[in-house]
Design a protein around this ligand. Structure first.
Ligand SMILES: Cc1cc2nc3c(=O)[nH]c(=O)nc-3n(C[C@H](O)[C@H](O)[C@H](O)COP(=O)(O)OP(=O)(O)OC[C@H]3O[C@@H](n4cnc5c(N)ncnc54)[C@H](O)[C@@H]3O)c2cc1C
Length: 508
């Protein structure tokens, strides 16, 4: 084994895996180092007491012709081993004490359902979808080539009026602009906000439209058998093409020679004294950007700090994983994704505040994998996840005992709320496991326990988000932390774009 490579990748989240798969397929010698014992980061599954659950994936967007990942999925052979399962016709069910509505994942049907329930807001409903889809289509029709983009710049406002209009706006501002009369309609339209942010008044309209538009054009999907299959697929592309993957090893230093990143130092997690070095022309950090700064010598750290220091980090999540003695569908649950909101959220302005409320009153979502052929459950049984946005500090400040007690208490509170929605469900629970933002931090090392990198504020989104190329020669980023951002699709796209840029530079 030599310690000289073309590319070293730090971290096997989707950004790192896709970058590695593309580069290895192009004949580059790739080494990927992952601190955890399995690949995938947030795109993974785990099994306890016979129940296998997805760490994160609820829904994936962009299984449509507008999305560029269709092209690289084809190229990297994803369709040969992965089946994408559509969520029937529904996108999500929104429930609070005042309304209960199932929103279809199709524009015409969604307009029909919402207009029947909120006839006084027919115009606003149509305006919502017209704007969302025009922003979505414009985003996906932007030239991928920087030179082409430069050439059309003088005509940009004429060709992409919706992008220009909404580029500095938040989703909250968009919803307010629609002059919706019924506040519950506003809440229902924002029902799946936890997929993107914890406050609509901080969430970039462009980032939201790119995925939300796709859900309404081609629907929401799940990966049959769980997201670990996707991660394993990309890992196999790397190893099938002579790449190496080292698990359970932590990178803690990026070696700089002159002004260039030339290698990494790493060690087995169980034997921190056993230090190793590996060298490459290019280093790709899938690890969180704030952590990468700590791996650099003082001078290079300062350079990155200048760019990233004031950027706001995105939200985190709690997840209560549940195993049932029978399909949740048969116990009485109606939908794959159900969003349950407390009555005290009356307007979009309450959404951000609700993050600080007790779990008895917080927003929560139920993802029920028994509603489709998810390939997740043992025959006759089922799994589901109750989840929502959460704050790392609320958990990190607790002692070990307090942490354990709070987890138990929150688990019971959430199960009581589930019982209210689906009477009789409690007696079918065979297994439960509560994961906090600290759990996400522990398994991915991501600051704030986030899976979404920097928050998608309008000032940190799209063209304002840092890209793959770092200011330090030879050091690249491929993850949720950089353009286009967090989520399965953006993280993978970040990895693919990073590989293309490295290949271009290597061909010079
Ligand atoms: C609960 C939850 C629900 C979600 N639901 C959805 C959903 O429904 N749809 C969707 O699109 N997205 C969802 N996401 C978000 C999505 O999973 C992430 O945005 C995406 O997977 C992040 O990928 P990434 O490439 O940034 O890497 P990450 O997943 O953050 O992984 C980074 C990897 O780097 C490794 N690493 C870090 N530092 C080091 C080091 N020093 N040395 C070696 N290895 C290191 C980590 O161990 C980890 O494996 C969800 C996430 C969570 C947590």
């Amino acid at each position: 084994m030599t310690n000289q490579y073309d590319i070293i990748i730090v971290g096997s989240g989707l950004g790192g895996l896709v970058a590695g798969a593309k580069l290895a397929k192009e004949g580059k010698k790739v080494l990927l180092i992952e601190q955890h014992s399995v690949v995938g980061g947030c795109s993974s599954t785990f099994t306890r007491k016979g129940f296998t659950v997805d760490v994160g994936l609820h829904q994936i967007d962009g299984i449509d012709e507008y999305d560029e990942k269709m092209h690289y999925f084809e190229e990297l052979g994803v369709y040969e081993s992965i089946e994408f399962v559509k969520h029937g016709d529904e996108f999500y069910r929104f429930v609070n004490d005042r309304i209960d509505v199932i929103i279809p994942d199709n524009v015409e049907k969604a307009i029909k359902v919402l207009t029947e329930q909120f006839p006084e807001d027919e115009k606003a409903i149509n305006d919502y979808f017209n704007t969302l889809l025009s922003v979505y289509k414009e985003i996906h029709s932007l030239p991928k080539n920087k030179f082409k983009l430069f050439l059309i710049m003088p005509l940009f406002p004429m060709l992409y009026p919706s992008i220009v209009k909404w580029s500095k706006k938040t989703v909250g501002e968009f919803i307010d602009s629609l002059e919706i009369k019924n506040d519950d309609l506003k809440l229902a339209l924002l029902g799946n906000i936890q997929y993107y942010a914890d406050d609509p008044y901080k969430l970039s309209m462009l980032y939201y439209s790119a995925a939300q538009g796709s859900y309404f054009v081609k629907g929401a999907y799940y990966l049959k058998g769980g997201s670990q299959k996707l991660s394993n697929h990309f890992a196999k592309v790397i190893t099938d093409n002579n790449g190496e993957i080292i698990l359970s090893h932590m990178v803690d230093k990026i070696i700089i020679k002159g002004k260039r990143a030339v290698g990494v130092e790493y060690f087995p997690k169980r034997k921190p004294d056993e230090r190793n070095q590996a060298f490459a022309k290019h280093i790709v950090a899938n690890a969180a950007v704030p952590n990468v700064m700590e791996m650099l010598p003082k001078k290079q750290k300062k350079i990155l700090e200048k760019i990233f220091k004031d950027m706001e980090i995105a939200h985190s999540h709690y997840s209560l994983y549940l195993g049932f003695s029978k399909p949740l569908k048969e116990i009485g649950n109606k939908c794959f994704a159900t969003m349950i909101w407390p009555p005290d959220i009356k307007t979009p302005a309450d959404i951000g505040k609700s993050l600080e409320w007790p779990f008895t009153k917080r927003r929560m979502s139920i993802t029920d994998y028994s509603q489709l052929d998810s390939g997740m459950a043992i025959p006759g049984k089922s799994v589901a996840i109750i989840s929502g946005t959460d704050i790392l500090d609320d958990w990190e400040k607790l002692s070990k005992d307090e942490y354990k007690k709070r987890k138990e208490q929150v688990t019971e509170e959430l199960i009581e709320r589930l019982e209210k929605l689906i009477p009789g469900v409690k007696e079918h629970i065979e297994w439960k496991n509560f994961a906090t933002p600290s759990t996400i931090k522990c398994f991915t090392l991501n600051p704030n326990g986030t899976a979404y990198g920097y928050a998608q504020l309008p000032s940190q989104s799209t063209s304002k988000r840092p890209g793959n190329k770092s200011p330090i020669k030879g050091l690249w980023f491929a993850s949720a932390w950089v353009f286009p951002g967090g989520g399965f699709t953006p993280s993978m796209t970040s990895g693919y774009n990073c590989a293309l840029k490295i290949l271009k530079e290597m061909s010079k």
